[in-house]
Design a protein around this ligand. Sequence first.
Ligand code: PSU
Ligand code: MN
Length: 299
Amino acid sequence: MLVVSAEVREAIAGRRPVVALESTIIAHGLPRPRNLEVALEFEQSVREEGAVPATVAVVDGQARIGLDKQQLERIAAGDSVRKLGQRDLPLALATGATGATTVSGTAFLAALAGIRIFATGGLGGVHRQWTSTQDESADLGLLARTRIAVVCAGVKSILDVPATLERLETLGVAVAGYRTERFPGFYVADSGQPVDWSLYSPADVAAVLRAQDELGGPDAALIVANPVPVAEQLDPALHDQVLDDALRACDEQGVTGQAVTPFLLDFLVRRTKGASLRANLAAVRGNVRLAAKIAAAWA
Ligand code: PSU
Ligand code: MN
């Protein structure tokens, strides 16, 4: 049920650098047809840094680590592509479904294949209406049980960022800012929250991974929080204003469950006339490159 591409399998066996990439961002987080170009660009960036990209998805009931171009096109194209968290994987495999994996689905499969470094945009987290909806992304719980380094630009500002950081602490997931003492806010470089730890080079990050292994203990992730460059961030004032509208629209239209995150992301793209998309892409680009450098240091 788990198919690792030959290129990825050989790189893992040869202890060469490999970076897992998630696919929900492609299928449900970015507008078409831009999403396919971007997916290919991310893979290319990983290669330019000397690592092997391993995009993860489920195609016709097979969990795939490393997609060929045709498989990537299917994930980018289809309305019928499902969004798969870790809990959905057995259902998707058994029913022959095709779906994109979220952070939880990707981290689980990547770790199973022996990949230690994973790049994404923003993690899921605690939603702002948590007290009434109990909407907390399964990303958090899965990262508490999976030894993988996730390079991200923080969590999306559509979430309750302080509550998400509290949950990560409760769950025992390590969080470090990369060359920053502020927790990044995905579209913006600073979410307004501090981080307790900062790391300054790929070698620093690799040293933490080594310490995780040597020390043992629960199999929890390391979150490497890498801010979008300030020059490429979404204007914070525009961000705050549009976000309020997005949250209200979500509420009024009764959007719930898995649909919440894609709805809010799409609303922001339309309302900022693409500025949020540019910041989003800049953030992911930076994460992908950093993840490849960390994978090289780790290898
Ligand atoms: N980051 C993005 N775009 C996305 C996501 C993250 O820039 O679409 C996805 C990730 O796959 C993450 C998921 O795991 O949103 C969280 O969804 P939920 O809140 O339903 O768990
Ligand atoms: Mn949710």
